[in-house]
Design a protein around this ligand. Structure first.
Ligand code: UT7
Length: 322
């Protein structure tokens, strides 16, 4: 353990211009706006334009996060891109983003924890910086999930959207009051085939499509989320009532509400973007953080809990003094 601490200095977001409503989807798949809204809370999602890549989304969000911090690419030592939809099988999308940002120095790699990718990325950057591997990191969650959906499968294609969010994470100076206070990460690979792609480089030499046993994922989600949130609160000595903001992974409004109820959270403290963004996988938490910072809800000094759960299964939470 070290007494060093890191903090989130800024966040940034990028959403592709094209918005696809539930009504538009219902023209090509056997679904309805009513079903999607009732079961998930989703009204619309953003979809990347032809030729617009995960690295384009990620680089745009990273640029906005750096602009919001008033720093330049020369100030960054590490780029982590959490994604399930890399531009290519290799190299890492983080390396392509580095190139798009004009960065020749530092280190860059991708992180694959599906929807929990950003929470895993924050924990990874926190550890790297505290262990002396730099002063400042860009943690990006970027996805073009639209490219791996089976657009004939109504049980999955209505749920996801494209987008990117990024955070600048920085080593705090001694005495700094803000920072990442506690983190819990979990995985249980026995559940891998509840949410997966039916293809990949080693198995089929193809991309595959998203396959999900939605009800099974739903059944585990609330318990897994509340488990890590409770663990982080216990470790840091805070209670649920101390939170100013709860920024959950945005998969389904019913999961968010279920976790909030079980934790005894005031619903007014929960940041919800799933209605506008749908499930953007690793991008969902930084997109929600960006929305709440941009509209003035999350302010310096606030106590913020982020959490996510997804394929693997992976899940995790982090408590942050903003
Ligand atoms: O990021 C983490 C990963 N993902 C998640 O967290 C998702 C977790 N799961 C869920 O959010 C929900 O399970 C879903 C939204 C995927 C599904 O909601 P549900 O309430 O669990 O519905 P269900 O799967 O039990 O399906 C109910 C009915 C079925 O019809 P029958 O068998 O009752 O006749 C489905 O075929 O709804 C039908 N259905 C649809 N109907 C209209 C499934 N998808 C659709 C659709 N439109 N898009």
């Amino acid at each position: 353990m070290t007494d060093k601490r890191t903090f989130i200095r800024s966040v940034g977001a990028y959403l592709p211009a094209r918005v696809v409503s539930n009504e538009e989807l219902a023209k090509t798949v056997d679904t309805s706006d009513e079903w999607i809204q009732q079961r998930t809370g989703i009204r619309q999602r953003h979809v990347a334009a032809e030729g617009e890549l995960t690295s384009d989304l990620g680089a745009a969000a990273a640029k906005r996060a750096m602009d919001n911090a008033g720093i330049e690419i020369a100030d960054i030592d590490l780029v982590i891109c959490a994604t399930t939809t890399p531009d290519l099988t290799f190299p890492a999308t983080a390396a392509v983003i580095q190139q798009k940002l004009g960065m020749h120095h530092g280190a860059a790699f991708d992180l694959q924890a599906v929807c929990s990718g950003f929470v895993y990325g924050v924990a990874t950057a926190d550890s790297f910086l505290k262990n002396g591997l730099g002063t400042r990191a860009l943690v990006i969650g970027a996805e073009t999930t639209s490219r791996i959906l089976d657009w004939n499968d109504r049980t999955t294609c209505v749920l996801f959207g494209d987008g990117a969010g990024a955070a600048v994470i920085e080593l705090a100076k001694p005495g700094e009051d803000r920072g990442i206070l506690a983190t819990a990460l979990r995985a249980d690979g026995h559940f891998w085939n509840k949410l997966y792609t039916d293809g990949g480089p080693s198995s089929t030499q193809s991309l595959g499509h998203v396959r999900m046993e939605g009800r099974e994922v739903f059944r585990h989600a609330v318990g897994m989320i509340t488990d890590v949130v409770d663990k982080v609160l216990a470790e840091s000595g805070y209670t649920i009532a101390d939170l100013d903001w709860f920024v959950p992974h945005q998969a389904n409004r019913r999961i968010i509400d279920g976790a909030g109820d079980k934790l005894g959270l005031d619903p007014a403290k929960v940041v919800v973007t799933v209605d506008r963004h749908a499930n953007t996988s690793a991008a969902s938490v930084p997109l929600a953080l960006s929305a709440a910072v941009a509209d003035g809800r999350i302010k310096r000094g606030d106590l913020v809990m982020i959490e996510a759960m997804g394929g693997g299964f992976t899940w995790g939470a982090s408590l942050i003094r903003w």
